[in-house]
Design a protein around this ligand. Structure first.
Ligand SMILES: *Cc1c(COP(=O)(O)O)cnc(C)c1O
Length: 344
């Protein structure tokens, strides 16, 4: 416990909050009404459906897989935790390629596993020679990729995912928390005979961060193992309703995604005109590095102008980098205006 630092994402009260990659838009009004109506009919004296049958049927239909290939939990973080409780633990090794999502290593360490951090190239792409070195020397039971990668925004090319699938000695986990913003998904590679799981969340694209719901799609045998490890009745009835009803509004979700992608391109282009290095993103956020000022100085300058972004400038390998979540057009304008003042 002394060696662990915990996971921190400061919640500061500001006018323009662009630091945690949530959707800037609420779920559709029709979802809210349907949810309220169904929740009013819940038999609260009863335990929830332990297998979350209807929710998993909905997710399976969305992706063209079987219910038995879907495991749902309280946020994709609990999905990751259940995976690592099942397959990692003391005496076992988990591999990550940094920089990437901090919780992959963090949760693995909490289960007692040893985490081996491979290094990415300077442009944050995967270095395949480094991948081979890490996989052959560390023999990880679980290897993580994140695509699009948080916090860099980089989409992992399909060829890389296929290459890792051929090389991993254990399981390959592709975290697609931002998958809907990207041009391709590893979901199409999932098969009962392939050691691959793809994780997704309702927190970002589905505008349901408050609900805490995520899932994975993977081999049927693996889902059956996870069901043995996770706590019974871990998914409450209200959450199962929230997720199932969200799936009835795929068109609205996709419209929100298209809107955010166009805003992402707009702010990336606008930032590129300032003295700022902008990393190409396939997600709902953009990583950037000011050339004229220190990262934490720019972060403070933005905060003084009522705009909160994520300060990654003190994270390993991300010196002077900041990450901004794409917001509403008005929030993005406020961010761009403040940024221009700070760096000019
Ligand atoms: C936001 C995020 C998650 C989120 O998880 P939930 O627990 O579903 O809210 C998972 N992975 C990555 C890479 C993320 O950025």
């Amino acid at each position: 416990m002394r060696a662990l630092e915990g996971y921190h994402s400061p919640q500061v009260s500001v006018g323009v909050r662009l630091n945690t990659n949530e959707s800037p838009f609420p779920p559709p009004a029709a979802w809210r009404d349907a949810y309220a109506a169904e929740v009013s009919r819940v038999e609260w004296q009863r335990y929830p459906d332990r297998m979350a049958t209807r929710l998993r049927d909905g997710i399976a239909a969305l992706h063209g897989v079987r219910r038995e290939q879907v495991f749902a939990a309280n946020g994709s973080n609990e999905v990751l935790q259940t995976l690592l409780l099942t397959f990692a633990g003391a005496g076992r090794t988990v591999a990550t390629f940094e920089p990437s999502y901090q919780l992959h290593g963090q949760i693995a360490r909490v289960t007692g596993a040893t985490v081996v951090e491979g290094e990415r190239a300077a442009d944050f792409s995967l270095d395949l020679a480094e991948v081979s070195r890490v996989l052959s020397t560390a023999q990880p039971v679980v290897t993580f990729l994140c695509s699009p990668n948080n916090p860099t925004g980089l989409v992992e090319p399909e060829a890389n995912v296929r290459r890792l699938l051929a090389e991993v000695p254990g399981l390959l986990v592709v975290d697609e928390a931002y998958g809907q913003f990207a041009p391709w998904s590893a979901l199409g590679l999932v098969d009962d005979e392939v050691p691959l799981v793809v994780t997704r969340t309702f927190s970002k694209t589905w505008s349901l961060a408050a609900a805490r719901l995520g899932y994975l799609v993977g081999p049927q045998w693996l889902v059956a193992e996870l069901e043995k490890v996770v706590l019974p009745y871990h998914l409450d009835t209200a959450k199962q309703i929230a997720g199932r009803l969200a799936l009835a509004h795929v068109d609205e979700m996709e419209a929100r995604v298209r809107h955010i992608v166009s805003e992402r391109e707009r702010i990336s282009t606008a930032m590129g005109r300032l003295a700022i290095d902008v990393f190409p993103s396939g997600a709902n956020f953009v990583l950037f590095r000011p050339r004229s000022h220190g990262g934490s100085e720019v972060w403070k300058g933005l905060l003084a102008r009522d705009v909160l972004v994520r300060d990654c400038s003190g994270w390993p390998r991300l010196a002077d980098c900041l990450r901004v979540t794409v917001g509403t057009p008005a929030e993005n304008d406020a961010f761009l205006g403040a940024l221009e003042e700070v760096v000019s």
